[in-house]
Design a protein around this ligand. Structure first.
Ligand code: SAM
Length: 143
């Protein structure tokens, strides 16, 4: 959190950053998102970048359910027209299943997503074998 605060300060020379209201919260993201929603808070961008939820094949279904829960919590605090960014680094969850789980979860709570982009590994993170392609991320907007 100290590093994040320092990084924010380093970027204050950018007018858009300087104009941004921000606060740091330490807590369990599932609980904090539910609290923010209960308080009626809304955000123009929600970034969900959790740790790997499935490290074994047996954990895959539970991981997809957790991604879906996170999506529902995320869109609950996303202002209409805002951007949802949700990532997965679970090697056992394939990209199609992840994107489908996120889309279904958002649609299921009345916030169908309009996809902007699906991304994966950056150039500095080369993939040399099929199973190595474990990073996936969705950028989407919802009314
Ligand atoms: C994939 S990393 C996020 C990296 C970050 N987006 C970045 O660019 O530096 C996942 C992070 O989630 C944190 N984390 C794990 N479980 C969490 C939870 N239940 N609530 C909030 N954060 C959690 C981990 O400590 C870790 O820092």
């Amino acid at each position: 959190m100290d590093a994040a605060a320092r990084n924010f300060d380093l970027n204050l020379g950018h007018p858009a950053v300087a104009a941004t209201r921000h606060e740091q919260i330490v807590g369990n993201a599932f609980d904090e998102l539910a609290r923010l929603n209960a308080e009626g808070r809304g955000f123009d961008m929600v970034i969900l970048d959790p740790p790997a939820f499935a490290k074994t094949q047996a954990e895959t279904a539970g991981a997809l359910a957790a991604y879906a829960r996170l999506t529902r919590l995320g869109v609950s605090v996303l202002r209409p027209g805002g951007v949802l960014v949700q990532a997965s680094c679970s090697s056992r969850v394939d990209a199609d299943a992840f994107f489908q789980a996120v889309n279904r979860a958002a649609a299921g709570v009345g916030r169908p997503l309009r996809e902007i982009e699906r991304t994966g590994h950056a150039l500095d993170h080369p993939v040399r074998f099929r199973e190595g392609a474990y990073l996936k991320c969705l950028f989407a907007t919802a009314e």
